[in-house]
Design a protein around this ligand. Sequence first.
Ligand code: NAD
Ligand code: 0WE
Length: 268
Amino acid sequence: MLLKGQRFVVTGIASKLSIAWAIAECLHREGAELILTYPNDKIKKRVDMAAEAFNAVAVLECDVGSDDSINDCFKEVGKLWDGVDGVVHAIGFAPADQLDGDFTNATTREGSAIAHDISSYSFVALAKASRSLLAARQGSLLTLTYEGSISVLPNYNVMGMAKASLEASVRYLASSLGKDGIRVNAISAGPIRTLAASGIKSFRRMLDVSEKIAPLGRNVSQMEVGNAALFLLSPWASGVTGEIMFVDAGFNTVAISEQIMSMVDDEA
Ligand code: NAD
Ligand code: 0WE
């Protein structure tokens, strides 16, 4: 019960496969109280399932594309709780046509604007809306990012730009909110099969390649991300802010693995 009596708002649950589902599960396991959010009525029933599983205090609408929706949501949070120990941002979106094929051809002005708005600016928007509640409890913010912000992968395209922007926002928010005692961090997760991954052509092959490069020789699970999230959101991480922590089986540390070498080895 590492987080007994602590209070967290978790966004980004869309199914049992969601990284946010596993984060909520880990927080609940350690005794935390949860408020869960959903973007629209289509997703609400999935979040209701999570709320039942994790005994959530409330399920609130929060479409991060709308300031009114975000502000209404945190107004409700403020009626239920006098402070919040953590806010989890597990949201990413670009129109599907942006994530298919040649970057220069696929990327449009509108697609880029949507990707940056929903996947990056929304984290700043959540920080604004939750600032006073987080300050009341010396809480922290956490977001999820991906290696595509730093290096190029097929089809990730404009989401790579949006994640680079999101990671910069982690550092600027950490600097801005440090004076209120609020920490701001990100987890850069390895590829995991979720709804957000299911629309992606060749995602299966991405998983196969990444396990051949990663030092641990495998991919990571939602629960491994959940347990790292638990640490960053907990008092055990009280000295950690502005950090992008990789939970990717070591993938980001390797340029060429032995396994990839042997695949092109003509002596073998
Ligand atoms: P997911 O599809 O389960 O979660 C994405 C969430 O974004 C959904 O819950 C969806 O409802 C939410 N969302 C989209 N538009 C929204 C809006 N306007 N307002 C509020 N919520 C909105 O997929 P996931 O893989 O669990 O993704 C969670 C986060 O993890 C994303 O930021 C993603 O980029 C990141 N991530 C995923 C992977 C992976 O391989 N799955 C790897 C690294 C990082
Ligand atoms: O950030 C993500 C998912 C991003 C995402 C996925 C979708 C699919 C459905 C954003 N928007 C949409 N829009 C849709 O309509 N990941 C880290 C998972 C992911 O997505 C990839 C990956 C990986 C990994 C896309 C291409 C290549 C690798």
